[in-house]
Design a protein around this ligand. Structure first.
Ligand code: HEC
Length: 144
């Protein structure tokens, strides 16, 4: 009985957190990959290099919003050890700042959705605002 108990503790401390933190890293990288896929289409559109398509803009932004909404929940309360991640330590030393940066990103995406931009001229300044969040968050919260 004692042995079984010990085994459970060992499993509990060792395997499970490692598996779940790897899963979280995967989830957040997957979320950012989705964000990037959307930007890859919308960026040339905002530059006038591809034809403006308001329906596509809305559906891609909705997709991006869904992918980014749970983003903060993919970060545990303590930094993970031994995982392959570009997350900077500042996420844990300045959690409120990180969550604020995420909230701003989400609200800029929402503002663009609410505006339902029908033309490129309307879309451009909104998208510039959305896209500015990538750099400002990465500079502080992502390691290169
Ligand atoms: C609120 C902060 C924040 C915002 C806003 C943000 N990112 Fe990120 N991004 C991160 C962090 C943190 C990582 C590193 C996470 C990790 O490796 O664990 C990351 C990683 C990535 C990655 C690498 C994913 C991988 O497979 O390792 C890509 C691509 C990316 N971001 C694209 C974008 C784009 C494009 C935007 C803007 C539309 C954006 N991000 C906005 C925080 C943010």
């Amino acid at each position: 009985m004692k042995k079984l108990y010990l085994a459970l503790i060992v499993i509990g401390l060792g395997t499970f957190p490692a598996v779940s933190s790897e899963q979280k890293v995967k989830d957040r990288q997957n979320a950012m990959q989705q964000v990037r896929e959307v930007v890859k289409v919308l960026f040339p559109m905002a530059k006038g290099k591809s034809e403006y398509d308001d329906f596509l803009v809305i559906s891609l932004l909705e997709q991006m919003l869904e992918a980014a909404k749970p983003y903060a929940t993919y970060f545990p309360s303590q930094p993970e050890v031994g995982v392959h991640s570009e997350a900077a330590e500042t996420i844990w030393t300045d959690r409120p700042g990180f969550e604020k940066a995420l909230a701003k990103f989400l609200s800029d995406v929402e503002a663009t959705l609410d505006a339902e931009p029908e033309s490129l001229e309307q879309f451009q300044p909104l998208f510039t605002e959305v896209a500015s969040n990538c750099k400002s968050c990465h500079q502080v919260y992502r390691m290169k």
